[in-house]
Write a protein that binds this ligand. Structure first.
Ligand code: PLP
Length: 394
């Protein structure tokens, strides 16, 4: 076999999300797309806001020499300044353009951060349930994921986090609003986490970084908001993108910011910039950088996601499922009526409903439903959810 043993292994255990997506494609070919309810993939179905099309038309008309050329590896300075102003408001600290990097999506940003920070074998705490790609990204840079469960409501379990920290802990990743639970961590628990990381770092003579993965920050419900981690923790790095809130996942445009008072800031930014260059991205896409600089404060119509969340929650409630209504993002993470979530996913599949088992997020006994699909698909799924529940009870 030509490919490496590790990639063979990764291929075998690669994401449940992709597996279900492929299963969905097969079922749609067999039964017709209108007869399958596919809630497997977090691929936003809403179009980008109309301003996106206007800005892109104007920008592509610019024919000055160099507009499509290489740039500083961290991104256009003026773009970073435009983003820093908005981020300062979100995070409650003053972030400069020079504290930021433009990245190839949040995924690119996370890889850049891990590359810059990790020595081989160092641990990064991941809070289950979590976005499963984190483990692959950590492995790319020699890091090791250390899973810690959240509490029964998917909030931070500070005692469990504290117990998992050792001299070998380099960072913790938090994701709020969360994929797959839709949970948002409140300001008090973030402040307590910040204090805990600082105390533990002092105890071990290390720095433990708080890495906040925030691509869903702007998709929140019931007038909620997402407290900034930088107000809670000095050694923090925020990674985000426009994949979800502008519906641009295929355009690969994201960014990261370091806390303005983070330890060894100049060296860290140099390392992040070098990582952006040598991981093969070289820089984030030039055209998209110029586009998003002009779209600060613009988002997709999040009222559509709010409406779908309402209708999906009532369908699930009526069918007898147990779940916590999401506060943000576009996922619901109900308890599986069967202890074996993979077996329950198969019951849903008999009803032509596609969901992802919780085991794919490090949290067996649950399943994830992505509601970035048309309202009609959600409505159509009601009977199938009832029948699957009835079968699970047999
Ligand atoms: N982090 C989380 C929690 C996600 O759900 C995703 C994508 O689904 C990403 C990161 C990657 O986002 P991007 O497409 O911006 O790389």
């Amino acid at each position: 076999m030509a490919i490496s043993e590790k990639m063979q292994l990764f291929g075998r255990k690669s994401s449940w999300i992709r597996k279900m997506f492929e299963e969905g494609a097969r079922m749609k070919a067999e039964f017709g797309a209108d007869n399958v309810c596919d809630f497997s993939l977090g691929n936003p179905d809403l179009p980008p806001p109309p301003q996106f099309t206007e800005v892109i038309r104007r920008i592509t008309a610019d024919e000055r020499p160099g507009v499509h050329g290489y740039m500083p590896n961290g991104g256009y300075p003026w773009v970073k300044e435009a983003l820093a102003a908005k981020m300062s408001t979100e995070q409650g600290v003053t972030i400069a353009g020079s504290d930021m990097l433009m990245t190839c999506g949040a995924a690119g940003g996370l890889n850049v951060v891990f590359k810059a920070l990790l020595n081989p074998g160092e641990e990064v705490i991941l809070l289950a349930p979590y976005f499963v790609e984190y483990n692959f990204y950590l492995d790319n840079h020699g890091g090791v994921g250390r899973t810690v469960n959240t509490d029964g409501e998917f909030n931070l379990d500070l005692g469990a986090i504290e117990a998992a920290i050792s001299a070998n802990t380099k960072a913790i990743v938090i994701n709020s609003p969360n994929n797959p639970t839709g949970q948002i961590y409140d300001a008090e628990s973030l402040a307590a986490l910040g204090k805990l990381l600082e105390t533990a770092g002092r105890r071990f003579g290390t720095v433990i970084y708080l890495i906040a993965d925030e691509p869903y920050r702007k998709i929140v419900f019931d007038g909620g908001s997402v407290p900034g981690v930088m107000a809670a923790c000095r050694n923090s790095i925020v990674v985000s993108s426009y994949s979800k809130d502008l519906s641009l996942p295929g355009e690969r445009i994201g960014y990261l910011a370091v806390h303005p008072e983070i330890d060894a800031k100049a060296e860290l930014i140099d390392a992040l910039t070098l990582a952006n260059r040598i991981l093969g991205f070289v820089n984030a896409p030039a055209l998209m950088q110029r586009v998003v600089a002009e779209l600060q404060g613009v988002t997709v119509d999040t009222a559509v996601y709010a409406r779908r969340r309402e209708s999906f929650c009532s369908i699930l409630r009526e069918a007898g499922y147990t779940f916590t209504a999401p506060k943000g993002a576009f996922y619901i993470f109900p308890q599986s009526p069967l202890a074996d979530d993979v077996a329950f996913i198969a019951l849903l599949q008999e009803q032509r409903i596609l969901a992802v088992p919780g085991v794919g997020f490090g949290a067996a006994g649950h399943f994830r439903l992505a509601f970035c699909v048309e309202d009609e698909v959600i409505r159509r799924s009601a009977e199938g959810f009832q029948k699957a529940m009835a079968k699970a009870k047999e």
